[in-house]
Ligand binder design. Structure first.
Ligand code: XMP
Length: 335
């Protein structure tokens, strides 16, 4: 019979057998549930011969990069390299308003930065005998069973609707361009099993229960052009919204929640002055498969509290709206 402890034992044995005594493994991590659990599993199996890379793309949430670094490197002991490319990303996003162009730019730039880092790691790994001294031969990805199924049945309109995938194109590039072999230790698991595995590996509960977050991050939560000012507003508003959701004990009842920025501005009064400020859009949904979703039914007092905090604490915002659209016809993200 199947238990998590047995699975863990077998998964570690299998990774060791695949990678061998000297093999090195590279991966991109985000701080999300799947990549974190997969990374910790690799760390347990092969120690520092597993190399995780976190790219700060400038559109992560408030303090997120620092928090992921703490969790993965300090708490879980994973061999992690953080690349801060936020300036490069924000510079490149200037003038781009089309959602798919944003995704394309962020995905492409991510691959370029990751590949450059991979070369540096390759050199470091070869020089450092404590880290095995071998060549990097594998690229690890936290693919789950539902992703495997989905890519097998990739026909019809959903293929074009879902151009998403956290690091679209990266595994192909690492396999074909760098000649690495793909290793996917979570391939047979469903999401709830990955969470259970995460707990068995000692990953803290808040991280194990994290909502998903899109690869292009806040960039698809700012309608139109992404500017540092709007990223900052989205970050502050999102932080308030998510903190209040946690405080109210609602986080685990919601599948995904965030604050977005509408760049068209509305008139308001603050103190005795007329102001002209951005509109913050709050979105929170429940869903089982992310293909259909319903807006979460918050108590009115909760929404009022969040609205009050955002207009008072986030500079440049004078309106807060709650998006009640279901999916379909709305999507979960605004772009
Ligand atoms: P939509 O907006 O299509 O989102 O209803 C469904 C799920 O996919 C996530 N999403 C993305 N994830 N890159 C990602 O890695 C993307 O470009 C992307 N767009 C949407 C979204 O957050 C939700 O969980």
């Amino acid at each position: 019979d199947w238990t998590m402890e047995k699975f863990l034992e077998q998964a570690i044995a299998q990774i060791r057998e695949t990678v061998g005594e000297k093999g090195q493994v590279l991966a991109a991590v985000s701080g999300g549930v799947d990549s974190t659990v997969a990374a910790k599993l690799m760390k347990e199996a092969i120690g520092d011969r597993f190399w995780a890379v976190l790219v700060n793309n400038g559109v992560m949430r408030l303090n997120e990069c620092e928090q992921v670094q703490k969790d993965l490197s300090e708490a879980l002991g994973i061999n992690l390299t953080v690349v801060d490319a936020s300036k490069e990303f924000l510079e490149g996003l200037k003038g781009i308003t089309d959602p798919e162009k944003k995704r394309k730019f962020i995905g492409g730039k991510f691959i370029d930065i990751f590949e450059a880092e991979a070369i540096k790691i390759e050199e470091a790994a070869a020089k450092d005998p404590t880290k095995g001294g071998g060549k990097i031969e594998f690229f690890m990805q936290g693919t789950l069973y539902p992703d495997v199924i989905e890519s097998l049945s990739f026909k019809g309109p959903s293929a074009t609707i879902k151009t998403h995938h956290n690091v679209g194109g990266l595994p192909e590039r690492m396999m074909n361009g760098q000649g690495l072999k793909l290793i996917e230790p979570l391939r047979s698991l469903y999401k709830d099993e990955v969470r259970a595995l995460g707990r068995a590996l000692g990953i803290r509960e808040e991280l194990v229960m994290r909502h998903p977050f899109p690869g292009p991050g806040i960039a698809v939560r700012i309608l139109g052009e992404v500017t540092p000012e709007k990223v900052e507003i989205a970050r502050q508003a999102d932080h308030i919204f998510i903190s209040e959701i946690r405080k109210a004990g609602l986080y685990d009842q919601i599948s995904q929640a965030y604050a977005a920025v509408d760049p068209s501005r509305a008139v308001g009064v603050m103190g005795d002055k007329r102001v002209y400020g951005y509109i913050v859009v709050l979105r929170a949904v429940t869903t089982t498969d992310f293909m259909t979703a319903e807006a979460f039914n918050f108590p009115w007092e909760f929404l009022q509290r969040v609205m009050n905090r955002i207009v008072n604490e986030v500079h440049g915002v004078c309106r807060v709206v709650y998006d009640i659209t279901s999916k379909p016809p709305g999507t979960i993200e605004l772009e």
